[in-house]
Design a protein around this ligand. Structure first.
Ligand SMILES: [Zn+2]
Ligand SMILES: [Zn+2]
Length: 379
């Protein structure tokens, strides 16, 4: 358990049940919506520094206002439900307080004026929208079809993974720049090649399949290197330090792991000159698929297992079991592992335990960030 986990427990925990109808879920959802409402209001108040051009271009302003309004109202309603149902009112009251402050500051009616659209910006809008969408999709899914019903949404380490999710979104401008730098260089170096325009004119479905293949071959190579080279493993070990798997666990990635892996994965996509729409479709696909394969869900996907990486395939990649170590490196196409002899797919079985033998990695974000630089040797 991390220090932040303990702080949350102290602030919100009590000895009452957390089952549906106990006011626990409505309270947690109220705090979640209240926090998002504050983030939304901050984005409206300081759009130059907190919103990104990419989100502004795609999300109409009236939609953004409607989403913010709904989130504020939800924080109030859920807070009221929680305070009515629960003896200890702290969660419901806290959620409603956040929603009140968001409303007093102007709520969804704040003027949205950009004075310096080119200012360096934290992607708070991108974080808030993504966490809202993914939490709304995956939390109910994990409660309805859990692989491990006994595992809480607020399992040990959830705050650490939320911080990874937050920081990776807030610094999206810097990381995107670093990730795309080699790809841009490759794109420029190969400009004017006839085969590139041939690729760009292939049907989009063919291009999307080719993008998936190129990306996962690159992922396979660099992922295997991250496991095989001790200096790289220390960075990648952070991702493997989760002892519970769920939708948030996939966010736990050292910044060096994120930049190196993604730079290598996107390089061929730009170098080969694929149509931007095929690459964009891949980026949307990967943002859901990467979350899904870590999720605490038990679906029968045996028909898909030969073709596409399922949660079971990737859960085995995180397994503690000796036979599963350094297996299942592909993240989209499992037959790449079969082709290279690194697939581990026991029939009808899920791993018993996840993580690294001896649990060498500390539980909090900052110690985890410096851990690879301090610790030599595997584990
Ligand atoms: Zn790995
Ligand atoms: Zn993983």
């Amino acid at each position: 358990m991390s220090d932040l986990d303990r702080a949350f427990k102290r602030a919100f925990d009590d000895d009452e049940p957390t089952t549906l109808g106990s006011g626990w879920w409505s309270g947690a959802a109220s705090v979640f919506c209240g926090s998002l409402a504050m983030a939304g209001v901050a984005c409206f108040l300081f759009p130059d520094y907190l919103t990104t051009a990419e989100v502004r271009a795609r999300l109409p302003l009236n939609w953004a206002r409607a989403i913010l309004q709904v989130v504020i109202v939800l924080a109030f309603i859920l807070g009221l439900i929680s305070t009515a149902l629960r003896r200890r009112k702290v969660m419901g009251l806290f959620g409603m307080s956040l929603a009140s402050i968001a409303s007093i500051l102007g709520g969804s009616g704040i003027d949205f004026t950009l004075s310096n659209a080119d200012a360096p910006s934290l992607g708070l809008d991108w974080f808030a929208l993504n966490v809202l969408l993914l939490a709304a999709l995956f939390v109910p899914m994990e409660r309805r079809w859990p692989l491990r019903p006994e595992q809480s949404t607020f399992r040990p380490g959830w705050t650490t993974d939320t911080l990874y999710f937050l920081t990776s979104h807030l610094f999206v401008q810097v990381t995107t720049f670093l990730i795309l730098a080699p790809a841009h260089a490759a794109f420029v170096a190969l400009d004017g090649q006839a085969w590139r325009s041939a690729i760009a004119h292939l049907p989009l479905v063919v291009q999307f399949s080719a993008v998936l293949l190129c990306a996962d071959l690159a992922e396979y190579g660099i992922h295997r290197a991250f496991h095989a080279v001790p200096a790289l493993w220390r960075f990648h070990a952070i991702h493997h330090s989760s002892i519970d798997m769920d939708w948030l666990a996939g966010s736990r990635l050292h910044i060096v792991d994120v930049i190196v892996t993604r730079a290598i994965v996107v390089c061929p996509l730009f170098a080969l000159g694929f149509d931007q729409r095929a690459v964009a479709a891949y980026l949307v696909f990967v943002s859901f698929h990467a979350v899904f394969i870590h999720a605490n869900v038990r679906f029968d996907l045996s028909r898909l297992e030969p073709w596409i990486v399922t949660p079971r395939f990737h859960h085995w990649h995180h397994a503690k079991e000796r036979a599963a170590i350094d297996k299942n490196f592909a993240v989209h196409l499992p037959w790449i592992d079969r082709l290279f002899g690194t697939a581990y797919e026991p029939a009808d079985r899920w791993p018993e335990h996840y993580g690294i033998e001896g649990d060498p990695v500390p539980p909090d974000l900052i110690p985890q960030t410096v851990w690879p630089l301090r610790n030599r040797g595997r584990g």
